[in-house]
Each structure stands twice: as structure tokens, then as C-alpha cells.
Design a protein around this ligand. Structure first.
Ligand code: NAP
Length: 325
């Protein structure tokens, strides 16, 4: 894994979701060492965030981390978290959408009734990002900087696609979420599909937003972390063996978040809309680049905007102001 890159984040505000564990926690420590003016540690609860902050302080001496709560499996808390962010932050330079789960092929619904990997890994981060757009756009304008939206995806995006039956259905997201559609054959790729949706989000944002915002997605590599904690039996043993044989540490994986957040030339413009891996831009899958992939991307994007508009009254004006195609 290429070494971690460095930057001076004095004066800048960085927010990391899922910053109490694994790759997100390690990325937060790197940002702390870069002297970010404010580092927002977003976790499922304020208690978890405070615990993470204590550890960050102990390991780096950094004292400007602040806790924030957000449960991506509960849309209401996403809106509440963003309201708190808008009230308390005067700028947001780097937003890292890192938090995610793997339910070990178990179909579980969130409190909002969506299949949990679809909501926690894809819909939740997308809603969170869109609601924070005005703050980031304002940061770009007021401070003449190029804020970055960094979405953690995975190299598993090459393993599958969004099933054609779901894309052809009247509502793709609702179809993907429905229990009947999630047969074992379809559902074995659900984590992969959720990470493909992360790529689609970044590609769409890059196509629509002005150049003053840099959306970028990335592959951290296969890392030892808490991600596979729900897996059991033979699969858990196989994954453990893979971890022992060739996995990176979470710190090594976090270097890709850092690269995407502060790396690149020309203010990182060459990373706009791209997928980074091993500190380089990597072309995404043939399916994502194909006509079928683009059609799915457009359809899912429109469905997301419609859904989010019903969830949070701020979305229609954000769409009108920033996301008009
Ligand atoms: N590890 C790998 O090999 C690997 C490879 C490719 C990509 N990735 C990606 O890397 C990112 C980080 O994963 P990781 O490997 O570091 O796993 P991890 O150690 O399990 O960390 C995941 C983080 O997400 C948080 N999270 C889970 N559900 C959440 C929810 N509903 N609301 C808010 N936060 C929630 C977790 O909080 P709790 O502690 O409260 O559960 C935890 O802080 C993920 O996007 C993952 O898909 C990982």
C-alpha cells in the first residue's frame, strides 16, 4: 500500500462517518495529525463518538474533535444530524461518507422499512451528502476552496451489477429493497450492489455539480476491520483466513481515504468523479460505463431525489438550486 500522504488542514473542517471503528477511525486519526481546525466524528451515538474522540486524543494529542450522532438506518436521524451540523459548523471542507455494514447475507429491514445494506450503505450516505451540499457550496464560495465529498466504495464493484430485472421494474430501489426480490441468488451480491450505488452517486454528483466541489470515491483494499463481524461459520473462517493471508490493516486502508480527501494535483481536480485505488485513478467496471449502467444510474438517481424529497423538506430546494441537470 502506498504510504499515507500528508497535508496541512489548518483552518479546515473535516467530517468522517463511521469514525469509531476500522478504516474510518484510522482516517480520522490521520486528519487529526494534519491539524484540521475542526474534526467531526460522526457515529451511531454521541457516546460512541466521545469514546472515539478520547482514543484519537490519546493517540495523537489532537484536541479539536467533536462528536455528532447519525444512524444511517434511520432517515430521521440523518435530517437531525444535518440540522445540527448546519447550526454548529461555519464551513465543511471534507466530507467522508465511510460508514457501512455487511449483514452476512441476512435480509434485515431498517426502521424505515428499507433493506438495511441498501439504506445504510447507499441511500443514507446519499441523503446525508445532498443535505450537506449547501454548506459545502457555501464553503467553496466564501473561502475560495474546493471541498471534497469522499465516498468509500470497494473493489467488489467489479464482481457484479444492478440486476436488469430491478432496473426494468417501475421502481428500481423499491424492487431492490423488497423481500420477494431478494432471493439468495440476488442477495448474495447485495453488499456489492450497495457499493456500486456509491460509485453512481459520485459520478452523478461530478456530472451535475460545479467544478468547485470534488466528489470522489475509492477502494480502501481488503482490510482487517469490524466489517465482517456478522459473518458466521465457514464463511467467517474463510474470511479470517483471507485476513491472515493478505488483508491490509485498517490504517493501510485509510490511506486511500486520505489520498482521495487531500491528494492529487490542481486541487485534486483530476480526481473529480473518479474511483481511486492504491493512490491512483482506476477505471470503474465495464457495466458501470455501459449504456445499461448509465441508464440504471439515471433511473436510480431520479428515484433517490423523489424519495429524499418526501423525507426532508430541504431537498426540493437543494435539487432546484444545485442539482438541475
Ligand atoms: N474492511 C474492508 O475490507 C473493506 C473493503 C472495501 C471497502 N470497505 C468499506 O470501508 C468502509 C469502512 O468499513 P470498515 O471496514 O472500517 O468497517 P467497520 O470497522 O465495521 O466500520 C464501519 C463503521 O460504520 C459504522 N456504521 C455501521 N452502521 C451504521 C449506521 N447505521 N449508522 C452510522 N454508522 C454506522 C460503524 O459503527 P458501529 O461501530 O456503531 O457499528 C463503524 O463505525 C465501509 O464503507 C466499507 O464498505 C471495507
Amino acid at each position: 500500500m502506498p504510504p499515507v500522504i500528508n497535508s496541512d488542514l489548518s483552518g479546515k473542517t473535516v467530517m468522517v462517518t463511521g469514525a469509531n471503528s476500522g478504516i474510518g477511525f484510522e482516517a480520522a486519526k490521520h486528519f487529526a495529525k494534519m491539524n484540521a481546525a475542526r474534526l467531526i466524528i460522526v457515529c451511531r451515538s454521541v457516546e460512541k463518538a466521545k469514546e472515539s474522540i478520547k482514543q484519537i486524543e490519546a493517540e495523537t494529542g489532537y484536541k479539536n474533535a467533536e462528536p455528532m450522532a447519525l444512524d444511517l438506518g434511520d432517515f430521521r436521524t440523518i435530517s437531525e444530524s444535518v440540522t445540527q451540523a448546519i447550526e454548529s459548523l461555519d464551513r465543511l471542507d471534507i466530507l467522508v461518507e465511510n460508514a457501512a455494514i455487511s449483514t452476512a447475507h441476512k435480509y434485515v429491514q431498517t426502521v424505515d422499512g428499507w433493506e438495511s445494506m441498501l439504506q445504510v450503505n447507499s441511500l443514507g450516505p446519499a441523503l446525508h451528502t445532498l443535505l450537506l451540499l449547501p454548506l459545502m457550496m457555501n464553503t467553496a464560495r466564501t473561502h475560495q476552496v474546493t471541498p471534497r465529498i469522499v465516498v468509500v466504495s470497494s473493489e467488489v464493484i467489479f464482481w457484479s451489477d444492478i440486476p436488469a430485472e430491478a432496473v426494468a421494474a417501475p421502481n428500481t430501489l423499491e424492487t431492490l429493497s423488497s423481500k420477494e426480490f431478494c432471493t439468495p441468488e440476488i442477495f448474495k451480491n447485495r453488499y456489492v450492489q450497495s457499493k456500486i450505488l456509491n460509485i453512481m452517486l459520485v459520478r452523478k454528483l461530478a456530472a451535475i455539480l460545479p467544478k468547485s466541489i470534488i466528489p470522489v470515491t475509492l477502494n480502501p483494499g481488503y482490510c482487517v476491520s469490524g466489517l465482517r463481524r456478522q459473518h458466521e461459520g465457514e464463511e467467517a473462517a474463510r474470511m479470517k483466513q483471507m485476513e491472515d493471508d493478505f488483508a491490509y490493516t485498517s490504517e493501510e486502508g485509510s490511506r486511500q481515504i486520505v489520498f482521495s480527501a487531500v491528494g492529487g494535483k490542481d486541487d485534486g481536480l483530476e480526481l473529480r468523479g473518479e474511483f481511486t485505488s492504491y493512490s491512483q485513478v482506476l477505471e470503474v467496471s465495464d457495466w458501470l460505463l455501459s449504456e445499461k449502467g448509465k441508464k440504471a444510474e439515471d433511473k436510480i438517481w431520479n428515484e433517490m431525489l423523489e424519495l429524499f424529497g418526501k423525507l426532508d423538506p430541504r431537498i426540493p430546494s437543494i435539487v432546484a438550486e444545485y442539482l438541475k441537470v
